[in-house]
Design a protein around this ligand. Structure first.
Ligand code: NOJ
Length: 744
């Protein structure tokens, strides 16, 4: 520790204000495919030249978006050889759910309710990233999302702070390994601090207004957990939080993050956010913007071009930026570079990089993750698993069924389509020789109207094949369904309809997919529906008319293989929903952990035109087993406020196949110094039980599970009260008991 500090101090004393500002600046660096139209405001020719000269002059501290190992070495050499102090650059990138090997999207990983699977997945992502020369990922996104119109719901862990915190911790561990700088690991950067998921109307980047209670009890906990797990970086949010732009909020970055939670790493702004302090009508000009961000505790600015932090020397000169703040920021950035070993080993071995990317073990991790994240939403009459022996023909229908690009989901750039398995390919491989597997798209690709930021990378855009004859293709799909023993229909959103800048005002299946599904169901052939999504979609019709529905999300490189494993029963689905699935967009936001409020007996009849219940509750998911819960007990029926109770329950798989269940514990405080939600998740464990097997699962409920932020006293409280406990397989669990908490 001391040596790191003295090495860093030594450098700081030699640095000019411009060099300090440079260390605090991160530039985008990418070359667009020929003919691409930049969606960001920058000159595609000039940008790389500008960044390279900044590297040579020692006024760029970090780059993002470079993933080619040879390019990384070349650019690193420009920095190390070029600048006076030989300070290497930190390479950051959005390694959200894999680099070459693509894992299921983050909301899917959360649906596994399995921290081990999540940690293992992100450690594979880290291993690949580090091998190509990336030191730092802008992940995990730990924003709570309660409005599925917001496209970035796909990047997080859903609506619940307890699950969100567990998933955040698993991801930080996966990315960073045991400690910052561990071999084959990268820095994790939980984002976007804070409240980004609360965007008004689900409109990306829109303002956010959150009550004190929501912030501390719902939106902050995953960040705090990620910080406690040792995350080395945190990224700011884009928008105004309660009227203050996040990146200018000293309260967020200094008082909460550092002073209250003890965060020791460095903070990066989201792209162009420091400049945006002017756009927001907050800072007077770029000098003011730079000063206010750095004074707030934002260490590094992520910028496309013309960064506000280039004005830090002027801001220091005039005294608006604090020298102490600037030096503290430089120190944090340099410390990260030292810890990551950049000074000793700035370059990477390109042969080793190729070897690591080709490691077949990574594909296996992705396949298991895809199996474990799928959620079985319906299975009437036990249609699933398919009877492999008795089938002669399977029709696989839908425009997403054979799309390798879509099965990977958004936020991937370095994937390999040759090793990506589509649903059609996965089913074909698993069904084997004797079974005919035919595919028809039925309906065309739907182009998103909104011009995606990522369209500029060309390859992310869905394309219709030449000469798609709408009516003929539709009819062909229906005919194929009619003649098959079973139909697998794949519906959902194209990958660029969800993610950043992909908000929606409806949750309908895009295009004519529902019509296609209805026509296929109309043939009378049994239908299994696979849903490819990152947000809940309007499945009211299928939930009544399609016997089997399996949510496979965007399952990644091995998605098609995993889907086949699940369909044929080689493994049982065991994932659970990480959000409440509304019936219709008009119910949004809908969360299970609401307070009781007035007239609770009418809670389920709040709308006169639609039920007030969700289509599927939070925590819901079926399996090929059948689970029964019994003997719910609390070991200590009366405790004091600091005490812990152990809740135990016996879970039995009464079905005839091995399967997984996620045992969930929900808590409710009956009375106290604030109204508390009707129930809140406060414990869970995913278990595998053989047919007929029983297991006793114990879950502790301690003071941490009962403390909450009280908006009246603006502090944490633990009330004495009576607590109801429910344990079961989803948030509507009925088996309950209670315990009492008395004053110390
Ligand atoms: C903007 C996004 O909000 C952020 O999550 C991402 O990491 C950066 N762009 C860099 O791509």
């Amino acid at each position: 520790m001391e040596t790191i500090q003295s090495q860093v101090d030594e450098l700081i004393t030699q640095m000019t204000p411009a060099e300090k500002a440079g260390q605090l600046t991160q530039y985008f660096y990418f070359r667009l495919p020929a003919g691409a139209e930049p969606a960001l405001d920058f000159d595609a020719e000039e940008q790389p030249r500008m960044v390279e000269s900044a590297l040579r002059e020692g006024v760029a501290g970090s780059l993002l978006f470079v993933t080619d190992p040879a390019e990384i070495n070349r650019l690193q050499r420009l920095a190390v050889d070029g600048n006076r102090l030989g300070i290497p650059v930190l390479f950051g990138f959005d390694v959200i759910h894999g680099l070459r090997t693509i894992l299921p999207v983050p909301i899917a990983m959360a649906a596994s309710w399995d921290p081990q699977t999540i940690e293992r997945g992100q450690s594979v992502a880290a291993r690949e990233a580090r091998a190509v020369g990336i030191h730092w990922t802008f992940a995990p996104m730990v924003d709570i999302a309660r409005d599925p119109r917001w496209g970035r719901i796909i990047e997080g862990a859903g609506e619940d702070p307890y699950l969100g915190a567990a998933v955040a911790v698993a991801q930080v561990r996966g990315f960073q390994g045991g400690e910052l700088g561990a071999p084959e690991s990268i820095i994790a950067g939980p984002k976007h601090f804070a409240g980004y998921g609360g965007a008004l109307g689900g409109r990306d980047y829109d303002e956010v207004n959150l009550s004190d209670s929501e912030l501390w009890n719902v939106y902050f906990p995953p960040f705090k957990a990620a910080v406690e797990a040792g995350a080395g970086n945190v990224m700011t949010a884009y928008m105004d939080l309660n009227g203050i732009p996040a990146a200018g909020s000293r309260w967020l970055f200094t008082e909460v993050l550092r002073d209250t939670w003890g965060f020791k790493g460095f903070v990066v702004s989201d792209a162009n956010v420091v400049r945006s302090l002017v756009t927001h009508g907050f800072a007077a000009d770029l000098i003011d913007a730079a000063a206010r961000a750095v004074n707030a505790g934002v260490d590094m600015e992520m910028a496309v071009a013309d960064p506000a932090y280039a004005h830090l020397p002027e801001a220091l000169e005039s005294g608006v930026a604090s020298e102490q703040a600037v030096d503290a920021s430089v120190r944090r950035v340099l410390e990260a570079k030292v810890r990551m070993g950049l000074f000793e080993a700035p370059y990477i071995d390109e042969d080793l990089a190729r070897e690591v990317l080709a490691d077949p073990a990574h594909r296996e991790v992705a396949r298991v993750a895809a199996q474990r994240s799928a959620v079985l939403l319906r299975n009437e009459g036990g249609l699933l698993p398919l009877d492999g022996g008795g089938l002669r023909s399977i029709a696989v229908i839908g425009p997403l069924a054979d799309s390798k690009r879509d099965i990977l989901g958004p936020w991937v750039f370095d994937y390999d389509l040759d090793e990506t398995v589509s649903v059609v390919e996965g089913i074909r491989a698993r069904a084997g020789e004797g079974v005919r597997v035919d595919h028809a798209r039925g309906v065309p690709v739907v182009q998103r109207v909104f011009p995606s930021l990522f369209n500029m990378f060309g390859w992310n855009k869905p394309e219709d094949p030449e000469g798609f004859e709408q009516e003929a293709e539709f009819q062909q799909a229906v005919d194929l369904a009619r003649g098959a023993d079973v139909v697998v229909v794949v519906v959902g959103e194209w990958q660029n309809m969800i993610g950043e800048a992909a908000s929606r005002s409806s949750l309908e299946l895009p295009g004519r997919q529902r019509e296609l599904l209805q026509a296929v169901v109309g043939t009378g052939t049994p239908v299994v529906l696979l849903v490819m999504n990152g947000r809940p979609l309007d499945l009211r019709w299928p939930a009544e008319h399609v016997p089997a529905i399996l949510d496979i999300w965007y399952p990644g490189t091995q998605g098609g293989a995993a889907a086949a494993d699940l369909l044929f029963g080689d493994v049982s689905p065991g994932g659970k929903l990480p959000f409440t699935w509304p019936r219709t967009v008009g119910q949004v936001p809908m969360v299970y952990a609401h307070t009781r409020s007035h007239e609770p007996e009418n809670q389920e009849r709040r709308y006169w035109d639609e039920d007030s219940t969700p289509l599927f509750p939070f925590g819901y998911g079926l399996s090929y087993g059948r689970f029964e819960y019994a003997n719910l007990t609390v070991e200590q029926p009366v405790i004091t406020t600091g005490g812990t109770v152990t809740v135990s329950v016996e879970v039995t798989n009464t079905g005839d196949r091995e399967a997984d269940e996620v045992v969930q514990l929900y808590l409710h405080q009956r009375f106290g110094s604030a109204s508390r939600p009707v129930r809140e998740l406060k414990g869970f464990r995913r278990v595998t039980l053989a047919a007929g097997e029983s297991r006793v699962v114990e879950l502790p409920v301690g003071p941490n599970e009962r403390r909450y932020w009280n908006a009246a006293v603006r502090d944490w409280v633990i009330d004495s009260s009576i607590f109801d406990v429910w344990v079961g397989g989803d948030s509507t669990a009925q088996l309950s008991t209670r315990f009492e908490v008395t004053k110390e």
